[in-house]
Structures are given as C-alpha cells and as structure tokens.
Unconditional design. Structure first.
Length: 264
C-alpha cells in the first residue's frame, strides 16, 4: 500500500496535495470479481456499505433518519452546486430551502426526503438548520480555496447498487479537482479523524473506482478535518483498493451474521 500522509492543516498543506500521478484503472474482471463476492453475502434488507460502516466496526446501526447534521451535509452539497460565491450563499440558501419546503408541502417529494423533514420543522428549528448548512458550506469553500486550484463541489456522494443483492456501496466526496485521469477527491469532515480514518478513505476510493464507467480510480483522496486541524491523504494503489475491498467484504459479512443471529 502507498504510505498514508497525515499532516497538520497549515497554509500550504492542501496546495502540496493538489497534483497527483496518473490514476490506475481496474480491469473489468477485477471489478466483476469483487462485486460477485459481495453479492454472494446475504442481506435481509437494503444496506449501505461505506466508510462509516468500516470506521464504526460494522456494528449494527440504527435505520437512517434525517437529523440536523446529515441534512446540513446533504444540502450544503446542493447549495454549493447552485452558488459558490461566499457573499451570495445566504440568499441562495434561502431560495433552496424555500423550494424544498414548497415541494414537500405540494406532495412532490418522497415522505422520507430531507425536504419533508425540513417542512415539518418549526421556524426556530428551520433557522437552526439554516445556520448549520451555511456554516458547513462556508467551511467547505474555505478548505477548497486552500488547494490553490479550482475544486468542483460534488452534487452528491457516489452510490453503486450491487447487482443481484441488497448491498449499496457509498463513497463520500465533497469536491473533486484535477484532470479526469488524475482526479483527486476531497472530503471535509467534522470533529477529529478516527483511528480507522485511513481505512475509511480507502473504502471511499474503492466505491469511486467501482462506480466509474471505466473502473478508473481517483489518483488520491484527501480527508480534511478543519476543527482538529488534520489532513489525511491516501493515493490509490492497487493494494489500497484491495485493502478497501477486504474491509467492505468484512463489514458486509459481519452485518449479515448479525442479522442472521437476531433472526435465530
């Protein structure tokens, strides 16, 4: 595996990570072999496998529910795709929330959507979420600026439904920079990195690789934790992708066994 780079978030840290070597691509047979192994692990319900599952030890998690934190992350993506100029973020967010609430009140969106969750909040709760979205979007832009090159905000994470199974692979990403064959994925995370953060980044790189039409890996994935002032970067070698695959398969197997034991 390539060495994991762990650095303090200094003025030039991110700029030094903005250029990478050309990325590798998985052969179709390699991609198919992994997805076939994953599809062979039974799952009783639709289950997302991602870096969070790996970093949390694949313990049984509560079913997904919207909360202020995950709404802030999701809608900060939408906001930055609409508007990336800091001075206009507030008005763009007002418009975004208004559109989402109107859609929910008109019954045009799923009852479990973020829009419906927002529409059910009172004025105070909505104001609190507005502030969190705006803060996250601004912090994300500040991180992007420190790369010294253009970073394109990601509209969403990467998702890949595994054929003939109920597994869904998810790769976190907040932005992407560089040429297509040297692309670098950027994550802006809250709090401090876990002991398994590098393993989680490898899982995110794997998901991005498997979801790519030609199996092309990101050249590098950079996780930034502004609150703790830390940066972790992983370059995607074949060994790194294999490591991510082992972690994903291990997490899927443990979750499958937990479900089977609970049903026994």
């Amino acid at each position: 595996m390539n060495p994991v780079t762990v650095s303090r978030l200094l003025d030039n840290t991110l700029a030094s990570l903005a250029v990478a070597e050309e990325a590798l691509s998985l052969e179709p047979s390699q991609r198919s072999a992994l997805l076939t192994r994953l599809a062979g692990i039974p799952s009783a319900r639709r289950t997302v496998l991602d870096s969070f599952r790996v970093e949390s030890g694949a313990k049984e998690l509560e079913p997904f529910q919207w909360c202020a934190e995950n709404v802030a992350r999701s809608l900060s993506h939408d906001l930055l795709v609409r508007e990336s100029r800091p001075r206009f973020l507030g008005s763009a967010l007002d418009s975004l929330i208004s559109d989402l609430v109107s859609s929910a009140e008109s019954g045009l969106v799923h009852s479990r959507s973020a829009a419906t969750w927002l529409a059910q909040l009172g004025p105070g709760g909505r104001a609190m979420v507005h502030a969190r979205i705006l803060t996250r979007a601004r912090h994300t832009l500040e991180v992007f600026d420190r790369f010294g090159v253009a970073v394109t905000p990601s509209a969403s994470d990467t998702y890949l439904s595994v054929a003939r199974s109920r597994w869904v692979l998810r790769g976190r990403r907040d932005g992407v920079l560089g040429e297509p064959h040297r692309r670098i994925l950027v994550q802006v995370r809250t709090g401090s990195p876990s002991r398994s953060a590098a393993r989680g980044l490898r899982v995110d790189a794997l998901a991005a690789t498997l979801a790519h039409p030609r199996g092309q890996a990101p050249a590098r994935i950079v996780g930034v934790w502004p609150e703790s002032g830390l940066v972790i970067a992983v370059d995607s070698s074949l060994d790194d992708l294999r490591g991510g695959a082992r972690d994903v398969l291990r997490a899927a197997q443990r979750l499958s066994e937990m479900t089977r034991n609970q049903a026994a």
